[in-house]
Design a protein around this ligand. Structure first.
Ligand code: FES
Length: 286
């Protein structure tokens, strides 16, 4: 009978020699093998956020039947205020949504849109996924890192040129596929697209940002700051109506629509997908 037989199959016994080695380990070394300390709840310091932010957070919560569903837009709201997700922000969300700080923290560390360090006035995201990388995205990312670095040291992922949050500061990041492969290589500034980039055009964009300019994206809304966009993502549009209209306007490129137009012209349609249909047979498990 094996050591796991009849026991909980989710657990695997340590090999005998490993168990023996551990038994022989000194108590000093054993202390490093203990579980990490359980995260202690942080004392929420809601004083960090002004009345308007607290009111907006509570307004977000009313949008959802389950309060915990408000977590993602609330985090964007806090980023619009602080420029990142701070420990106070985590504690604030936990308190408002009756979650543990560990639950909030795990969400912030899972999604790359939540920044654990203060972000620049602008966030430059360079797609380095397969298609963009092959067409020059890797080179663009490397050259922008050199351009934004200082004293011979290039800027790395999620590092900022300039003092974060001040005018002209730029945070650089490499991004996974930005869903614009037909326009590769692409980059985004504050999530607005700059399509069909070259090293030269990308450098021109970040040089303009560093000088305090706001170069026009290839499509979509005009540039604001990253914090303004975070507020928009949280669902608040205090900006002029023209900007709201630009954000809401269609922003698909001509290249992306060619296939759909061709299909319309030729009467092509995807086969209907029945709501309820027979499931394909599943092979029996042995
Ligand atoms: S690989 Fe860059 S947008 Fe898809």
């Amino acid at each position: 009978m094996s050591s796991t037989e009849g026991g909980n199959p989710a657990y695997t016994a340590r090999p005998a020699d490993a168990a023996q080695a551990a038994d022989q380990t000194s108590s000093e070394t054993l202390s490093t093998l203990q579980d990490p300390p359980v995260e202690q709840p942080l004392a929420p310091d809601t004083g960090v956020f002004d009345e308007q932010t607290v009111a907006r957070a509570r307004q977000i919560i009313t949008r959802y039947p389950e309060s915990r569903s408000a977590l993602l837009p609330m985090l964007h709201l806090l980023q619009s205020v602080q420029g990142h997700i701070s420990q106070e922000g985590i504690a604030f969300c936990a308190q408002e949504l009756a979650l543990s700080t560990a639950e909030v923290s795990s969400v912030t560390s899972f999604y790359s849109m939540y920044k654990r360090k203060p972000c620049g006035e602008h966030l430059v995201s360079v797609c380095t996924n397969t298609l963009c990388a092959a067409l020059g995205g890797d080179e663009i990312y490397a050259r922008l890192g050199q351009r934004l670095g200082s004293a011979g040291r290039p800027l790395h992922h999620e590092e900022t040129a300039g003092e974060p949050g001040t005018p002209g500061s730029v945070t650089l990041e490499h991004a996974e596929c930005l869903a614009a492969c037909d326009l590769a290589p692409v980059l985004q500034v504050n999530y607005e697209y700059f399509d069909n980039q070259t090293v030269e055009s990308a450098i021109e964009v970040v040089d303009g940002l560093r000088r305090g300019e706001r170069p026009a994206p290839t499509r979509g809304a005009p540039l604001t700051s990253w914090r303004d966009v975070e507020l928009q993502i949280a669902g608040f549009f205090g900006e002029p109506e023209a900007l709201r209209a630009a954000v809401d306007a269609p922003s698909a490129s001509e290249e992306t629509l060619v296939g759909a137009r061709l299909a319309e012209l030729r009467g092509w349609q995807a086969p209907p997908m029945p709501d309820e249909g027979p499931l394909p047979p599943v092979p029996e498990k042995k």
